[in-house]
Design a protein around this ligand. Sequence first.
Ligand SMILES: C[S@@+](CC[C@H](N)C(=O)[O-])C[C@H]1O[C@@H](n2cnc3c(N)ncnc32)[C@H](O)[C@@H]1O
Length: 232
Amino acid sequence: MEDLLFRDLVYFHQLLVGEKLVLSRERFNKFKLNSVLDIGCGEGGALMRMYYAFGTLNVEGFDVMSEQDTLQAAIKRKTEKNLRSSPDKQRIVPRCIEDVYGLVRRYPDDVLPRMESVEEVRYFMKNIQYSTIASGYEPRLKSHDAVICSQVIQHARSVSDATEVLEMIRLQVNEGSLVFIAIKDGFPTALGYLEPSLLLAICSQYMSVLGLQHYLGKQTKDQGRVHIYTNL
Ligand SMILES: C[S@@+](CC[C@H](N)C(=O)[O-])C[C@H]1O[C@@H](n2cnc3c(N)ncnc32)[C@H](O)[C@@H]1O
C-alpha cells in the first residue's frame, strides 16, 4: 500500500505524521480487530476506517459532545473547507449524523464495501453514545481487540480526569489487544488543562503498564507536539 493511502488509513492515529515512524499495513495483522472501543470517538472516523480497512463490525464508542454539536462541528469544517477549495474539489456537507459517518472515505483495497444507506450507517452506529463522559460510561464488552483514544486525554482538567480514561483503557484490553493513544502536549495550563509534563508522566506510567511504545509525532501550530503510545 502506498504511503499516502496508509497515512490516510491511520488518520485517526496520526501515526505516520511522526517523522521516523515507518509502518506498513502488515503491522495490523498480528491483531484480531473484531471489536474496537473508541474513547472520545468524535465524528467516528476511526471506527468507520476500522470497518472498511479491517472488517471490524463490533464497534463501540462514546463522546462527551452531543450528537448535535458533533454534527454542527462537521458541517462547519466541511463548509469552511469548501470555501477554500476550487469548484471541482467541493465536499458534500453532512445533513445528519449518519451522513458524517457515511462520508468517511474508503479506498480500493478496503476489505468491506461502502455503506450506502442511512439505515446501514445507523445500524453500524448502534453502540455509539454521545453526551457521555468517560467516568459515566460502562463498556458493553468485557474487553476489546482494539482500544483507541485519540486526542482526548489532553482535554483532562485534573489528574483524576486523565486517569479515569487511562484506567478504562487498561480494563478494556486483553493480552492481544491493539492499543492506540495519541495526545498533544501544548494545551494551555492557563485555561485549566494539565501541565504537559504531568500529562506525559501519567501517560508514561500507563505506557509501561500496557506495554506500549512512545513515538513523537508532529509539532502542531498551537497545540504542542503529538505523542503516540501504541503497541502497533
Ligand atoms: C480532538 S477530538 C478527537 C476526536 C477523535 N478521537 C479523533 O481523533 O478524531 C477530542 C474529543 O474527545 C472528547 N472528549 C474529551 N474528553 C472526554 C471524556 N472525558 N470523555 C469522553 N469524551 C471526551 C471531546 O468531546 C472531543 O470530541
